[in-house]
Design a binder for this molecule. Structure first.
Ligand SMILES: [Fe+2]
Ligand SMILES: [Fe+2]
Length: 328
């Protein structure tokens, strides 16, 4: 249902349609899901007095009941790391797979952004609970899984990359392990989403450098798997499987990776899965120092020039997985 509501009543979780030309506001689109407080502030600061909301795609406005009771003093709420509405969206049986995939992607990005800004033990715990639900969705709902694979966004920020690699890797683990009980998919999912957590301990000027890193910067950057492993050990939040993923996602089959330079079977199968998804995501995303590469070209380069980096079976399964998702 489409409703018109005052601009100052917009909430996170609503799907808004701004009734004006897209040139007269600072958003890329007129219709989108509200995922953060800053989007609401921008709407209020624009000249719009009212906006339309689509209640079939997002939250409805709950009318306030006016009573004579004095309003209780509510302590100021701290922004939660997991956006309000994400779990509801995941569980909503009435959302179409396409809408569910889009909502999960946007909200997960918001969640990872919050986490990377404040990677406390409590926040890691909260995020892990939500990742478990995303894993269940991917494992049980093939249609939403396929949409998720085809709509991953191409921004190069670490939080977007983390979500994309998380979705790609969980999908690949599902394709490789099927319904086998011998793999803890929740622990794997947490490791995949958090594989680059250690970047929070690398200087931001290095993370965001628009160009090649010099030797010293590169040395700093190569510490992020160890940093990530340390954070997870210090906060005592993740299982062994997840920590292996964080530590080994840059190891390469021929021993040319880091931090340990281990090769072949010494690399854990979970680390191999994450490394394939990680390289593919980096090639297909937009980065300041390189053009974006279409999926087919990225897979071709991985096969022709980088095959010695990957475990062959894992790479071939990944190619089949993406080919199937594109066809559907
Ligand atoms: Fe990494
Ligand atoms: Fe990565």
């Amino acid at each position: 249902m489409i409703k018109t509501i005052p601009a100052n009543k917009v909430e996170v979780g609503m799907y808004v349609n701004l009734p004006t030309s897209w040139m007269s506001h600072s958003f890329m689109k007129n219709k989108f899901l509200i995922t953060s407080r800053s989007q609401i502030d921008k709407i209020i600061q624009s000249s719009l007095k009212e906006v339309k909301i689509d209640t079939s795609l997002g939250k409805d406005l709950i009318e306030e009941v006016i009573t004579d009771e004095p309003s209780p003093i509510v302590p100021e709420t701290v922004q939660k790391v997991v956006p309000e509405g994400l779990r509801e969206m995941i569980r909503d049986p009435n959302l179409s797979p396409e809408k569910k995939a889009r909502a999960v992607l946007q909200y997960s990005q918001e969640m990872m952004k919050n986490l990377l800004e404040s990677p406390t033990a409590e926040n890691i715990g909260e995020v892990m609970t939500t990742i478990s639900e995303i894993v269940d969705l991917i494992v049980t709902d093939d249609e939403t899984n396929n949409y998720l694979l085809s709509i991953t966004s191409h921004d190069f920020a670490t939080y977007t990359h983390s979500v994309n690699v998380g979705i790609l890797s969980i999908s690949l683990a599902k394709a490789l392990y099927g319904q086998s009980d011998s793999h803890d998919m929740h622990a794997l999912g947490a490791g995949f989403f958090l594989h680059d957590l250690g970047k929070v301990r690398v200087n931001l000027s290095i993370i965001n450098k628009p160009g090649k890193l010099n030797d010293q910067e590169w040395q700093e950057m190569r510490k992020h798997p160890d940093h990530g492993f340390d954070i997870l050990t210090e906060t005592d939040k993740l299982d062994k499987e997840s920590r292996i993923i964080v530590l080994q996602h840059h190891e390469r089959n021929d021993g040319s990776g880091y931090p340990l330079g281990i090769k072949g079977d010494d690399i854990h199968p979970y680390g191999r899965i994450c490394s394939v998804a990680d390289v593919y995501e980096a090639l297909t995303s937009i980065r300041p120092y390189k053009p974006q590469m279409p999926p087919f070209d990225a897979l071709r380069i991985m096969q022709k020039e980088m095959l010695h980096h990957f475990h062959r079976d894992v790479f071939e399964r990944f190619v089949r997985l993406l080919a199937a998702a594109v066809k559907t």
